[in-house]
Design a protein around this ligand. Structure first.
Ligand SMILES: NC(=O)c1ccc[n+]([C@@H]2O[C@H](COP(=O)([O-])OP(=O)(O)OC[C@H]3O[C@@H](n4cnc5c(N)ncnc54)[C@H](O)[C@@H]3O)[C@@H](O)[C@H]2O)c1
Length: 329
């Protein structure tokens, strides 16, 4: 499917990944962002909105009728709206209603509108406790968090609709995306921006547990390129697609890479209690996307970190707004 001159709706398009995706797609398509602005913001896509290169409709994916009106003439829907990992830890009802019911709503609205493709943006967090590394899409998911479980439920909804009546759903599973626009503060804050914010403020870098946990950190421009490559495939694969860097990096090495990039080699690192449900290892098998779409995520952490550092230097979030501890820890 050529992503040109299409009407594209992005749920969660005012969030971190969604705004980057909107920016990339707005070059050649008409983009509508649908977002309740809970963790996302108008500012995330202000450049596009101010230049009339995308439209923002404020609404909630839990409102099926609202979705019907927005999806009306959509050729393609990217579904990213989500209740994030941290928020899901203290709001199980919200996790279910946004991540499961909301995904069902979005899929049904896209189906009703006759969209040619529905891209469900799942997550590597569905893998949880797997013991196969690098992890292929075919392995048996074993989520360790409510977030991972509800993201997996969203996949199953898409899968069932596809099998039952040919609903054109495609599932992608991005691994830890990082880059400009990533949340440092509040419930959405992630490891790399938190490290940078704490280092810039002269405070020890908070590492949960030993820091031996590994992740496939993927620069946002690679993540978005992979998502678009998957959505552009001629035919829809009936299996999910990992979107990730092939490089496995420990949290301690990521902390050291941040300190190296900031030229602060002796800056202290503080070990905090382990996060409940924290995945010990995340390492993507990227061979499917390579074989199907010729895609590989090539930006290394060392190459990609400066863009996140520059962004955080200019937005200067307060470390107090990036909590060290996890709910329940
Ligand atoms: N960031 C990552 O590393 C990563 C990795 C794997 C998968 N993902 C997935 O990518 C997607 C985007 O994640 P992100 O990191 O950009 O998060 P984000 O929090 O920045 O974006 C989520 C967006 O959804 C919106 N939203 C939340 N609830 C909503 C609702 N009920 N109705 C409408 N909009 C709502 C928020 O306002 C926000 O703009 C999610 O589906 C997430 O599961 C992210």
């Amino acid at each position: 499917m050529m992503l040109q001159r299409k009407n594209i709706v992005i749920t969660g398009g005012a969030g971190f990944i969604g705004a980057h995706l909107a920016r990339a797609l707005a070059e050649d398509n008409r983009v509508t962002i649908f977002d309740n602005l809970s963790t996302g913001s108008r500012e995330a896509a202000a450049d596009l909105l101010d230049a009339n290169r995308a439209t923002l409709i404020t609404g909630d994916i839990r409102d099926l009728h609202g979705l019907d009106a927005v999806f009306n003439d959509a050729d393609l829907v990217f579904h990213l709206a989500v209740l994030n990992l941290r928020a899901c830890m203290t709001d199980a009802d919200g996790a279910e209603s946004v991540n499961v019911r909301g995904t069902l709503n979005a899929a049904r609205a896209a189906q009703k509108a006759g969209a040619a493709r529905f891209v469900y943006v799942s997550s590597s967090d569905i893998y949880g406790d797997v013991d196969e590394f690098p992890t292929p899409e075919s392995c048996n998911p074993r989520p360790t968090t409510i977030y991972g479980a509800t993201k997996l439920a969203g996949e199953l909804v898409c899968d069932a609709l596809r099998r039952a009546n040919g609903f054109p759903a495609l599932v992608v599973r991005p691994f830890n995306a990082y880059g400009p626009g990533e949340h440092a503060a509040g419930d959405s804050g992630e490891a790399l921006p938190r490290f940078i914010v704490y280092a810039l403020a002269g405070r020890p870098l908070p590492v949960y547990g030993s820091g031996a946990q590994t992740r496939s950190f993927t620069h946002i421009s690679d993540t978005v390129r992979g998502m678009i490559a998957a959505a552009s495939l001629e035919s829809i694969p009936d299996f999910p697609l990992n979107i990730a860097s092939a490089r496995e990096v420990s949290i301690m090495d990521a902390a050291r890479a941040v300190l190296h990039a900031l030229n602060l080699p002796d800056h202290p690192i503080e070990h905090l209690p382990q996060r409940p449900g924290d995945m010990a290892r995340q390492c993507a098998d990227v061979s499917r996307m390579r074989a199907l779409a010729g895609f590989s995520a090539d930006i290394t952490l060392e190459q990609g970190l400066p863009s996140l550092i520059d962004y955080l230097r200019s937005s200067a979030p307060d470390p107090e707004s990036a909590p060290r501890l996890w709910p329940g820890s």
